[in-house]
Design a protein. Structure first.
Lengths: 98, 458
């Protein structure tokens, strides 16, 4: 097993445990925004997509990469915006929506 | 120089994602979380754009513009469409991972080591199956496709065969990455399996399925992190994967069903077993006027919203009812069942959109002990989650499912379009109870009339 792979596996396992701990604490009230936020976060696939689209190694890879960047951008822009919009709607008794 | 800074930017992005989710744990800090998360994403994108490997920015720029042009309208959809929108965004996320995996395969094969190829196969398998499965879920939620589960004999056999073939071809590709022709076959099998996976799933199971697809999309991104040896991708993917997992476990528990039962035991098949209590029992129906009269003398009201409220777009009328009741000194709260609606938290978002304060929305465990003290339980478009049969009738398909104990309230009012049974096709004995009043009609119209009658009476 290569060292970088080993580190990768450690990172994966630890991040999963951390994720389980943090997300268990999210109030059920906010489960819909939680899903749209995690969806936006996992659009970090844009990092890989940008490289494939920008390296311009073959026509196929450029086409696939461009499509992938488009999909990831949709989720980043759409995901953060709608999560913010949803959260702005939650208000306490007595206070009016800002 | 810049090369050395990029890993630090990625590290900062990973930390910001963790903070974002941590701050989402409560409403007052949640918005800060979104901003931090977005800032982390901006850092990661900026860092990637500085990489020297990039030869041309032309197509990246085109994709940014196209993605923004589609993403902004998708963020402006009305809250009633949030389940569909979420399914669609899972499809986009999964497709991105699958496409990058495909591109990497054709760039690197056959000079690709076993482990990387294993991760790549997982990335593409999860990516493509989540893509088509999410599109199918979108179709069902948007009601382009029939929402009832579609089942036939040997369906599971076909599905397992598809999955088995996909796994076998994937394994073969790991062993022999030079078999270039097999890759499209593998991708097609994954796409087909995704479609077949959702065919037998009905509307009421959507909360679980959407959560599961959320998890798969995240795992696909994490697998991509292993292919590209990028820790940021691994962390973000693992966070998304664990979030989807937790949500699907919560949804399964709220329906007293297992994962395998949701995915392979469509609810429709269970209908045959409910023949026992077929005698038609008398139902008391009331006009909105009579119902308003009862509300007038109530001091504690618990509203139980369900998918029917979303379908009728009645949430704003419900808020008006909340306003007039509160003004008259009535204590009004909303009881939220975890699987009410079509995705986790669906009811909360709808009611928040209608400007109902979130401290009035109470979870099932917390509110159940309060029903005996409630003067009126007002059920708006919820059905199976209120069926007392889940507590005592061992033959009921929903036996054991945690429910809202509305039947313990002094008076139960049910707003419903017709007497037709709920999604699971089960009669709800709540409707024939002595203390239950049925108010038939469209939820939005009925609640609107209730508001008028109530306001007119005081």
């Amino acid at each position: 097993m290569s060292p970088s792979l080993e580190v990768g596996l450690y990172v994966f396992v630890l991040a999963t445990f951390l994720g389980l701990e943090i997300i268990r604490r999210v109030s059920p009230l906010l489960h819909t925004p939680l899903m749209s936020l995690t969806n936006a976060i996992s659009a970090i696939t844009i990092v890989g997509s940008i490289l494939v689209a920008g390296e311009q190694k073959t026509t196929l890879s450029t086409v696939l990469g461009t499509l992938a960047v488009t999909c990831s951008t949709i989720n980043i822009v759409g995901g953060y915006l709608i999560t913010y919009r949803m959260l702005r709607m939650f208000r306490k008794s007595g206070k009016d929506r800002r | 120089m810049i090369d050395r800074a990029i890993p630090l930017l990625y590290l900062a992005a990973a930390a910001s994602f963790i903070l974002a989710l941590k701050w989402l744990s409560s409403v007052p800090t949640a918005r800060r979380g979104v901003i931090v998360g977005a800032a982390g994403m901006a850092l990661a994108v900026a860092g990637t754009l500085m990489k020297p490997e990039i030869e041309s920015y032309r197509w990246i720029a085109v994709a940014f513009v196209a993605g923004t042009a589609i993403g902004v309208p998708m963020a402006m959809m009305p809250m009633t469409a949030v389940p569909q929108r979420t399914a669609l965004s899972h499809a986009f996320g999964a497709l991105a991972a699958a496409l990058v995996g495909t591109a990497e395969f054709y760039l690197r094969a056959p000079a690709i080591d076993r482990f990387t190829m294993g991760a790549l196969v997982l990335e593409v398998l999860l990516g493509f199956l989540t893509f088509t499965a999410s599109l199918m879920a979108f179709g069902k939620l948007q009601e382009i496709l029939p929402t009832r589960p579609i089942t036939w004999r040997s369906q599971n056999l076909l599905n397992f065969t598809l999955l088995g073939l996909a796994a076998a071809s994937g394994t073969y590709l790991v062993a022999r990455p030079e078999t270039l022709w097999l890759f499209p076959v593998f991708g097609a099998l994954a796409l087909a399996f995704g479609v077949m996976l959702i065919v037998p799933i009905g509307g009421a199971d959507m909360p679980t399925v959407i959560s599961l697809l959320n998890s798969y999309a995240g795992l696909s991104a994490a697998a991509m992190g292993f292919v590209l040896d990028n820790k940021l991708l691994i962390i973000a993917g693992a966070l998304d994967g664990s979030s989807g997992l937790i949500l699907s476990v919560i949804m399964c528990r709220a329906m007293n069903r297992s994962f395998t039962n949701v995915l392979f035991g469509a609810f429709g098949q269970l209908q045959a077993t409910t023949g026992a209590s077929q005698e038609q029992r008398a139902v008391r129906s009331a006009t909105p006027e009579e119902a308003a009269g009862i509300l007038q003398v109530a001091s504690r009201v618990i509203v139980v919203p369900g998918y029917g409220m979303a379908v009728a777009q009645a949430q704003h009328k419900v808020r008006e009812l909340y306003d007039v009741l509160t003004k008259a000194g009535v204590d009004v709260r909303f009881a939220i069942h975890p699987v009410a609606g079509r995705m986790p938290g669906h009811m909360n978002v709808l009611l928040a959109e209608a400007n109902v304060p979130y401290d009035r929305l109470v979870e099932m465990e917390e509110v159940n002990s309060d029903f005996p003290q409630a003067d009126v339980a007002l059920v708006i478009g919820a059905n199976d989650v209120t069926n007392p049969a889940a507590r005592h009738d061992r033959n009921s398909p929903i036996y054991g499912m945690p429910i809202l104990d509305v039947d313990k309230a002094r008076t139960v009012m049910v707003i419903k379009r017709t007497m037709s049974p709920g999604f699971a096709g089960i009669d709800n004995e709540l409707y024939s109870m002595d203390r239950t009043l049925m108010v038939f009609g469209d939820a939005k119209a009925v609640v609107g009339n209730l508001v008028k009658e109530f306001a007119g009476g005081t």
